[in-house]
Each structure stands twice: as structure tokens, then as C-alpha cells.
Ligand binder design. Structure first.
Ligand code: 5GP
Ligand code: ZN
Length: 139
């Protein structure tokens, strides 16, 4: 499986950088975003390194969407949000900051006014870790 030694998500897959892991199978990994745009913000990635929607294989994108659906359900059970976005960004102009294909699973609240380019603000790691445990228990 292709990997990029300079890629932060490949390092998370390899366990070289810690993460609040939610789910892992042979081809995909789901974990909490450490700069959450909303409470419960999670990411789902293929283990195969590919920069964006153009580079990712059809198999990897299908596997990633399948895992994202499972994570969306677990987040729904855990947080009962008013809504939820599955979002995927390609290129800096579309606010892609990590060049390893990923899907955001973004719980939404009525009136939260979340914008597409939300900016990166570090979250409370203890709270994110506790939430990850709750979401895992709802998988
Ligand atoms: P993008 O802006 O590329 O669509 O999304 C990249 C996401 O990765 C951002 O929401 C950012 O907070 C998240 N991110 C960047 N570095 C790390 C990291 O080291 N760990 C985790 N868990 N998330 C990260
Ligand atoms: Zn990568």
C-alpha cells in the first residue's frame, strides 16, 4: 500500500503520531480531528496515500465512504446532532490543508453558522479523547 513519509496522515496510520482512533480496518482509518470545527468532528481516510479526489483509487474512495457512513451513524447515536455534513476538500483554494485524501464527518447544530473555510483552532484534547471513547462505544 503506498505511503508518503512526509505525510502527517500516513504517520498517523503508521502510529508514528498519536490519534484518537475511532475505527480501523484493512483499508481505512477513522479518528477525531484535533482542531474540531464542531463537537464530534471526525476524519476518515484511506490507508493508501493519495493526495485528493483525482489521485485516490475507486476502491479506496468507496471504502472510505463506507467507513464514513459507519462513523456518521456512531456520531449520530452519541451526540444526536441536528444535522451532519460529510465533506471532502481538494486543493488549497477549497481549504484542503492535508494532502492525503480524507472525509470530514461534521456534526451540525441548528444555527451554528459553520462556514466552509472554518480555520484551524486546537480543541481540548481531554474532551476529544473522552468523546472518542463514547463514539467508539456506539459503533
Ligand atoms: P482539510 O483542511 O485538509 O480538509 O482537513 C485537514 C484536517 O486535518 C483539519 O481539519 C485538521 O484539523 C486536521 N489535522 C491536521 N493535522 C492533524 C493531526 O495531526 N491530527 C489530527 N487528528 N487531525 C489533524
Ligand atoms: Zn498520506
Amino acid at each position: 500500500m503506498s505511503s508518503d513519509s512526509d505525510c502527517i496522515f500516513c504517520k498517523i496510520i503508521a502510529g508514528e503520531i498519536p490519534s484518537f482512533k475511532l475505527f480501523e480496518d484493512e483499508n481505512t482509518l477513522a479518528f477525531m480531528d484535533i482542531n474540531p470545527a464542531s463537537t464530534g468532528h471526525a476524519l476518515v481516510i484511506p490507508k493508501e496515500h493519495a493526495a485528493d479526489v483525482h489521485a485516490v483509487s475507486e476502491a479506496a474512495i468507496a471504502q472510505t465512504v463506507k467507513t464514513a457512513k459507519m462513523i456518521a451513524l456512531a456520531i449520530d447515536r452519541t451526540l444526536n446532532p441536528d444535522g451532519l455534513n460529510l465533506l471532502q476538500c481538494n486543493g488549497p483554494a477549497a481549504a484542503q490543508s492535508v494532502m492525503h485524501f480524507h472525509m470530514h464527518v461534521l456534526p451540525r447544530r441548528e444555527g451554528d453558522e459553520l462556514k466552509l473555510n472554518w480555520g484551524l483552532e486546537p480543541g481540548d484534547m481531554d474532551a476529544i479523547g473522552a468523546l472518542a471513547e463514547r463514539i467508539r462505544s456506539n459503533l
